[in-house]
Write a protein that binds this ligand. Sequence first.
Ligand SMILES: CC/C=C\C/C=C\C[C@@H](O)/C=C/C=C/C=C\[C@@H](O)CCCC(=O)O
Ligand code: ZN
Length: 667
Amino acid sequence: MALTDSERANNSQDPSTLSNPDVFRCTHLQLDCAVSFETKTISGVATYDVERVSSAQSDEDKVFFDAKELIINGVKVNGKETAHTLSAVPGMDPEVFGLRLSITLPRSSLGTSKVSISYSTTPRSSAIQWLPPSQTLGKLRPYLFTQCQAIHARTLLPCQDAPAVKITYKANVTVSAWATCLMSALSKGSTTTSSGKTIWTWDQPVPTSTYLIALCVGDLSSRDISKRCRVWAEPGIVDAVAYEFAETEEFLKTAEELTIPYMWGRYDVVCLPPSFPYGGMENPCLTFVTPTLLAGDRSLADVVAHEIAHSWTGNLVTNSTWEHFWLNEGWTTWLQRKIMAKMKDDDKFFDFDAIGGWKHLTDDVALLPDNFSRLVPIIDGCDPDEAFSGVPYEKGFNLLVDLERRVGSPAFGQYAKTYLGTFKYVTVTSTEFRTHFMNYFKGHKNLKDFDWEGWFHKPGLCPTPTFDRTLSQGSEDLAAAWLSYDEGKGEVPKVDTKGWNTNQRTCFLDAMLVALEKADRKLQKGTTVSMDRAYGYSKVKNSEILHRYSLLCINAEDDTNLKTILKFVTTQGRMKFVRPLYRALYKSKMGRSAAIKTFKENADFYHPIAAKMVAADMGMGEGGEGEDEGARKAAADVAEFFVDNKMAIAAVGIAAAVGIYLTRRKK
Ligand SMILES: CC/C=C\C/C=C\C[C@@H](O)/C=C/C=C/C=C\[C@@H](O)CCCC(=O)O
Ligand SMILES: [Zn+2]
């Protein structure tokens, strides 16, 4: 079971913060800062409105902030210089959680205090990826973007880095004249300084958790795609981005029909350089997306539907702590599938996508230790990045589908609106959701023995759901035919897949991967070669298809495609793709040394979070844990490489890798 608050090392209801929002709580941020690409730092002043919430604590005069990889230059309270301390909290590893910034407030301050912290980030700040011009499309200008979820905001600015702390914010960000600065907020325009810099002004009037503060600076162009939607990207791809995400307004309207009015004013999308480690990130007013969605045919745009769904489930109604992350992701996955099915006017699409989600869940559960495969994971003392998996998405989704089937879809749809209306602007725990749901459906005959405890706390898979297979059947049949051909039974399957859409193709490849995994079976090399001859998958532009085909090739030890696979993992850094591919290569005969060499040569390319996780996945740094000599040597090589190259962040990743790998390893 999870620890009680008094057992927690940080004495907080949230195991991932060193701040004390139960005593003093920030309500508003005024950020005035400047970006320097030369020193790879952001420096300035963060001024918070801080309210006393309770005085029933021993530290009632001190407000605590999270601060990691930051330099604190000074503090003022209500305009007066004030002392501060920065210290580690016993039991809370500073490499994961950072330091506690403690500031004493005057005893007389009963209402709101203004706390101004003058600070600078450091090049180690894990929220920020600083890209050299060579990692941009234009090759002329540097670029930066942030990724604060889950607990990286504390490396961007001192803050109470807990989802339960919702603040409004305003920002003035000074950048070079050539650069555009975007934030997760509404634009209030830009001005030019006497020294020729530009100050970009932003305002987020909706209370927002700190993990949703986001910044992106680069050579950017934009295209309006509707009155409230605009896409941003480097000039060379902005038209392709506008084409790919042209359905955004329709996603948004459909989502509004399923929920309550959109509260954030604008919905813009910025397509980032390829090292962005996720498919998308739901930063309010400005979703961040990976360019791996640019398939050219809008077939991967459902990620935008997912990020749009977060405007309600996640950004408006937010998980109280990262233990309840499934309330963000499970609800969002449910809403995303509802949006897509409604737009296609066919509920079968909901089930079709859910079938793919079930594979994601089974894959991840097989890799996770028990504390992380629970819907409400135990994450005390852990880096939330380590616990991240498909579980909150897909187990969370399946819990909601189980509830929906028990009460009926129309009633559940009405409930969803009530849930959003009740918890908007605040945060919610799993127990609060359960209580709210059970009160709403009080006495419902189908909920009498509902196993909430099992759903929330049992490790491993949840009960296997049944979904309509009308849309997946053709793909599953084709997979069976290829597997049978692989066993020497019959000819190359003759099914004409020319008219198939991306989902049918990925479903076909998934069905093959599932069957192979289940039977612990290897394909013949000739099978993937024949598949390529039939479908040309090795040349495909679609990242979801190339990813799955690459996994099949590695399974088959088909080295004719090794070059393509290595190119794929070095030209984009989305963890959904690079982590499984590096893992598979590392486990294969054909790819083990290539995986190590390629990762070493390209470590600079990856985002700090991705570099950390890939290093962990390949077991780097666990020498002495009984792995074979080759693995130990590879780990030593990579660690040495990082030290030689003074890659501080990645070196920390290697250190973390030991812990992560040992934790994740199945007993
Ligand atoms: C149960 C885990 C507890 C907390 C984890 C919370 C955040 C983890 C952190 O690693 C950040 C995740 C950010 C995800 C952003 C977008 C995803 O929806 C992308 C999914 C994968 C993809 O499509 O590339
Ligand atoms: Zn999400």
